[in-house]
Design a protein around this ligand. Structure first.
Ligand SMILES: [Zn+2]
Length: 253
């Protein structure tokens, strides 16, 4: 089992070993750790380098942090993209809900990251919230980039828009929420081979842990709920999602 999105660097350093131990006990073989900006880029690269394949990383600026991604930090992202264990550019995207960076900055910084990903042949980890039209336009402006739309919330039509463009879809613990019907619909709609599972730890803990700190061991609850809504065996879904992860992140095209 793989947790394709967990912010392990947001856990206190002295608790990380426990978090990793519980994940291993739950059968989680790898955890992809995305960066969000200046505060965690180096920590992600360090974890990826020391993780012996168990904690691969992604480097980039989250849309909240977009306005801080100046020229010097872009050089830093370019350098770290070459570091051992770094398998993707992320997490990047557009977030018009919080709009912590101006929309114009978000669009410019996303376009820059997509260009870098294409140039390096690296997949991207995409965040999007209340920015759907601009998000698709940004993807269309830089074709031939592969990646995943993580913690997906757009329902079946959104799944079709993304998979038509070759993207993968990440389903988080929101699939267990009582109001998560659109996410269950998305989880049903993703073609086999394009589906990834994630926790988005420390956020979005699945039921019955909702409201508490999330951690990668709980990706099993996401697996079980997605298997239930897809009406397939959890073991089969585990194999499918593990190999989708390998195809996207561990195989170079
Ligand atoms: Zn995230």
């Amino acid at each position: 089992m793989i947790d394709s999105h967990a912010h392990l660097t947001m856990f206190p350093i002295d608790e990380r070993e426990g978090v990793l131990g519980r994940a291993a006990e739950a059968g989680v073989g790898a955890i992809l750790v995305p960066a969000t900006g200046r505060d965690d880029l180096d920590a992600v690269a360090e974890m990826a380098g020391l993780g012996e394949g168990r904690t691969p990383g992604a480097v980039g600026f989250h849309p909240h942090e977009a306005s801080k991604c100046d020229v010097a930090w872009r050089r830093r992202v370019e350098t770290l993209a070459e570091a051992p264990g770094i398998v993707a550019i992320g997490e990047i995207g557009l977030d018009y809900h919080y709009e912590l960076s101006p929309r114009e900055d978000q669009r410019r910084v996303l376009a820059w990251h997509l260009g870098l990903a294409r140039e390096r042949g690296l997949p991207v980890i995409l965040h999007h919230r209340e920015a759907w039209e601009d998000f698709l336009a940004a993807l269309d402006a830089t074709p031939k980039v592969r990646g995943v739309a993580h913690s997906f919330t757009e329902g079946a039509e959104g799944v079709a828009e993304l998979t038509r463009r070759g993207f993968f879809v990440g389903i988080s613990g929101m699939v267990t929420f009582p109001k998560g019907e659109n996410i269950r619909e998305a989880a049903r709609a993703v073609p086999a081979g394009r589906l990834l599972l994630e926790t988005d730890s420390p956020y979005l803990a699945p039921v019955p842990h909702r409201g508490k700190r999330n951690e990668p061991a709980l990706v099993r609850l996401v697996l079980e709920e997605v298997a239930r809504v897809r009406e397939i065996d959890a073991a089969d879904l585990e194999r499918e999602t593990d190999s989708a992860f390998e195809e996207l992140f561990l195989r170079r095209p």
